[in-house]
Design a protein around this ligand. Structure first.
Ligand code: E4P
Length: 215
């Protein structure tokens, strides 16, 4: 399972890289705004900066919602750096654009996916990744991890190449749950990733080993 970090914060990306477990980055317009990155030129430079830190796929989201606009933006984003994956929303023109972009060899991440039906469309269109948003489903009392498991089953059954990228991860336990569900990738902020390190028995055990070594 690959680990992506879901942030536009360069320090957090560096910290996850430093841990040695990072396979890529996902961003979205809200995460860029959170870092105060505004204006086309600055946004594009920021994507390039991220690509230079991380050794793996970096999702950059289109703003256009019409077919021609999505294609134009996607081609510009993809030309920025070979690691760029164009994030396209699960809408009618988005599906058409994913089909077109995949035929041109441009990698895509179909975002804002909340159902198996949407995930089937993304795979049929040839998306490189599909992003079910598990936390936002949990927020409305629907089991987000269960959706990941269902999509994984369907993709395996039909041998789709699209990778299941579990997104909108809110806490540490979502990560092993998504792994158990067979997600190809999890993307989450740094905090849930660092939470995986923690176990009180590890701390107690280490303390005792160090104390015994000193005897
Ligand atoms: C993923 O690609 C999305 O950018 C992200 O995971 C959304 O997370 P949120 O629901 O916490 O905003």
């Amino acid at each position: 399972m690959k680990f992506f970090i879901d942030t536009a914060n360069l320090d957090e990306i560096r910290e996850a890289m430093d841990l040695g477990i990072l396979d890529g980055v996902t961003t979205n317009p809200s995460l860029m705004a959170k870092e105060g990155i505004k204006g086309e030129e600055n946004i594009r430079k920021h994507y390039t900066d991220i690509c230079e830190i991380v050794d793996g796929d970096v999702s950059a989201e289109v703003i256009a919602t019409d077919f021609e606009g999505i294609i134009r933006e996607a081609e510009e984003l993809a030309a920025l750096h070979p690691q760029i994956v164009v994030k396209v929303p699960m809408i009618k023109d988005g599906v058409k654009a994913i089909k077109y972009l995949s035929s041109k060899g441009i990698k895509t991440n179909c975002t804002l996916v909340f159902s198996t039906g949407q995930a089937i469309l993304a795979a049929k269109a040839g998306a490189t990744y599909v992003s079910p948003f598990i936390g936002r489903l949990d927020d409305i009392s629907t089991d987000g991890v269960e959706l990941v498991a269902q999509i994984v089953d369907i993709y395996r059954y039909y041998d789709f190449d699209t990778q299941v990228l579990a997104a909108s991860i809110r806490h540490t336990m979502h990560i092993p749950q998504c792994a158990e569900a067979g997600a190809d990738v999890v993307t989450c902020p740094l905090k849930p990733i660092m939470g995986l390190l923690k176990h009180p028995l590890t701390d107690i055990g280490l303390e005792k080993f160090l104390a015994d070594h000193g005897k």
